[in-house]
Design a protein around this ligand. Structure first.
Ligand code: G6P
Length: 479
C-alpha cells in the first residue's frame, strides 16, 4: 500500500453516502465549515484524507473500497484520496454524539450550563473511554497511511487526543492540530472534570503546531494551558512550553474559495433554483440565512428579530421575504431535535401573524440542498448571520462572494468572521433581538450603491486567504 506525504484527519470527510430506495449507494458533499474549507485544499495528489464512516451507508461504501480507499472504488470524491475508518457503531456513537457533540461542542460554545445537561458520572466515563478508542482508531489509520516524515493535519475537537498518540509512536511525523470551533475560556472549560480537561490539552499539545480561526479562540486556549497544565506561555511568541517541548499556537483565518464557489454557482442546477426562487418571491426584497439547524447558530432569535422588524415597520409588509434554510444536523442529540421544533414553531407563528393570501413573509426550508443555498446567496439583498458563538462562519464570507447585486451583511460580533468583516458588516449582539431587528431594517433600507460597495469590500476580505493558501501556510509552518 502506498503511503502519503500529507494526511488530513477529521471526523466528517468530504463525502457522505446514503442508500437509495433501490439499494444503490449515492454520495454527496459533506456539510459544515470544516469540509467546505478543506475540500479544495486537500484535493492534491499526495494527500490522503482519513475520516470516519458516519452511517451504515458510509460503512458499506468503505467496505467496497480496495485498501479502504474510496477513490479507488470509483466513487467521485472530488479528486481527493479518502479513507473512511469503520469504527464500531457503539464506540462511534459515544465518541461522536456523546463526547464530541453533546459535551465538547457545548463547552466550547458555552452552551453546557443548562439544568438538563448530565453531570460527569460513570456513564460519561464509559463514553470517554470510547472517545479514546475512537481517537486510537484514527491514530492507527494515520500511522499505516503515512510515509516517513509525513505531515499530518489533525482537525477539530473530535480528535484532540490524536496528536499525542501519534507523537508517542512516530516522532518522525510533523503534526498539526486545527480547531474549527471557538475555544472556551478557562472559567468555562473548568466545567469539565480536571483530568479530562488536562487530557484534552495534553493530547493537542502532542502536535508541533496548533491552529485556531481567531485570535480570541487561540488566546482562550493559551489561558487554559496556563490554568490547567501550569504550562509556560510566551505571549509574545505565542508558544507553549510543556513537557520539554515548545508548541507554536497560531491564528489562520480561513477564507472563502472564490474560484470554486463561482464555478459551482455558475452550474445549471444553481441557475434553475435561482429562477425558481425568483419566481416564488417575485420582486420582493430578500433576507437570506443558511445554517445547519444548530443551537449556536441562534436561528430562533434571528426569526424573532425578523418578527420584531415586521411589527415595527409595517411598510415592509408584502415587500420582503425571509428565506431561511435550516438544514438538518446532529439529529441524535436531543437538544438539536428540540431546537428544530422551536425553529418550526416560531416560523409558523410569523407566517400566521403576517401572512396574507398573496404574501408569505417567511419561507423556511429544512431539507439540505447545496445548489439552492448558492442560488439564495446570489439573490440575497440581506444576509443574516447571527450565531451566539462561532469559530468563523463561512456563510458570512460565501454570501458576499456570490451575490449578484451586492448584499448587506448583518453579522454577530461573536462569529470569528467578525474579526475580518466587521468594518463593512452591520454588527449585532446576537442576544439583542431588538438590535438585530433594527439592523435588518437598516440593511433593507440601505441605498443600492452603498450596499454594492460594502458587499465588494466584504467579498474582498472574505477571499483574502483562499482555502488552498490557508492549508498551504499551515503545512509550510510544519517545515
Ligand atoms: C463544524 C465542525 C466540523 C463539523 C461541522 C458539521 O463546522 O467544526 O467539525 O464537521 O460543524 O457538523 P457534523 O457534526 O455534521 O459533522
Amino acid at each position: 500500500m502506498d503511503k502519503a506525504q500529507i494526511l488530513v484527519a477529521s471526523n466528517r470527510g468530504p463525502v457522505s453516502f446514503s442508500i437509495d430506495d433501490d439499494g444503490a449507494l449515492r454520495h454527496r458533499r459533506g456539510g459544515g465549515g470544516l469540509v467546505s474549507g478543506l475540500s479544495s485544499a486537500a484535493a492534491q495528489a499526495d494527500t490522503l484524507w482519513v475520516c470516519a464512516a458516519l452511517s451504515d451507508a458510509d460503512r458499506q461504501a468503505a467496505s467496497r473500497a480496495p485498501e479502504g480507499r474510496l477513490d479507488r472504488a470509483g466513487f467521485d470524491v472530488g479528486g481527493t484520496s479518502v479513507r473512511m475508518l469503520d469504527i464500531p457503531p457503539a464506540t462511534f456513537a459515544n465518541a461522536y454524539t456523546s463526547v464530541a457533540n453533546s459535551t465538547l461542542w457545548f463547552v466550547h460554545h458555552m452552551l453546557y450550563d443548562t439544568p438538563n445537561k448530565p453531570g460527569f458520572g460513570a456513564e460519561f466515563r464509559a463514553e470517554w473511554a470510547d472517545y479514546r478508542a475512537y481517537n486510537t482508531a484514527f491514530a492507527e489509520g494515520l500511522l499505516t497511511g503515512s510515509a516517513d516524515n509525513a505531515r499530518v493535519a489533525v482537525q477539530d475537537y473530535h480528535l484532540a487526543l490524536v496528536p499525542r498518540m501519534l507523537r508517542g509512536r512516530r516522532p518522525d511525523l510533523r503534526i498539526s492540530h486545527f480547531s474549527h470551533t471557538p475555544w472556551a475560556p478557562p472559567e468555562y472549560f473548568r466545567m469539565l472534570p480536571t483530568d479530562i480537561a488536562r487530557e484534552l490539552l495534553e493530547g493537542m499539545l502532542g502536535a508541533d503546531r496548533l491552529g485556531f480561526l481567531s485570535r480570541r479562540w487561540a488566546d482562550a486556549f493559551l489561558r487554559c494551558c496556563e490554568t490547567f497544565l501550569r504550562a509556560d506561555v510566551d505571549w509574545d511568541k505565542r508558544t507553549v512550553e510543556y513537557g520539554s517541548r515548545v508548541i507554536g499556537v497560531a491564528v489562520y483565518p480561513l477564507g472563502a474559495d472564490a474560484e470554486g464557489l463561482r464555478e459551482r454557482a455558475a452550474a445549471d442546477d444553481v441557475a434553475e433554483r435561482r429562477a425558481a426562487l425568483r419566481e416564488r418571491v417575485g420582486d420582493r426584497r430578500l433576507i437570506v440565512r443558511v445554517d445547519r439547524t444548530e443551537l449556536s447558530k441562534n436561528i430562533v432569535r434571528g426569526l424573532e428579530a425578523y418578527r420584531e422588524m415586521l411589527r415595527d415597520h409595517p411598510e415592509w409588509h408584502g415587500r420582503v421575504t425571509h428565506l431561511a434554510f435550516a438544514y438538518p444536523s446532529r439529529g441524535d442529540v436531543p437538544e438539536y431535535r428540540e431546537y428544530t421544533e422551536s425553529v418550526l414553531r416560531v416560523a409558523k407563528e410569523i407566517n400566521e401573524e403576517f401572512g396574507t393570501d398573496s404574501w408569505t413573509p417567511l419561507i423556511l426550508e429544512v431539507n439540505d440542498d447545496y445548489p439552492r443555498s448558492l442560488a439564495a446567496y446570489r439573490l440575497a439583498d440581506v444576509l443574516l448571520v447571527n450565531p451566539i458563538r462561532d469559530g468563523m462562519n463561512l456563510v458570512a464570507k460565501e454570501g458576499p462572494v456570490l451575490s449578484d447585486d451586492g448584499c448587506a451583511l448583518v453579522l454577530s460580533t461573536e462569529a470569528g468572521a467578525a474579526d475580518e468583516l466587521g468594518a463593512h458588516a452591520l454588527l449585532v449582539n446576537p442576544y439583542d433581538v431588538s438590535e438585530t431587528a433594527r439592523a435588518l431594517h437598516t440593511a433593507l433600507e440601505m441605498p443600492a450603491e452603498e450596499r454594492r460597495e460594502r458587499s465588494a469590500h466584504l467579498a474582498e476580505q472574505a477571499t483574502a486567504v483562499s482555502p488552498q493558501r490557508w492549508f498551504g501556510d499551515q503545512l509550510r509552518a510544519l517545515g
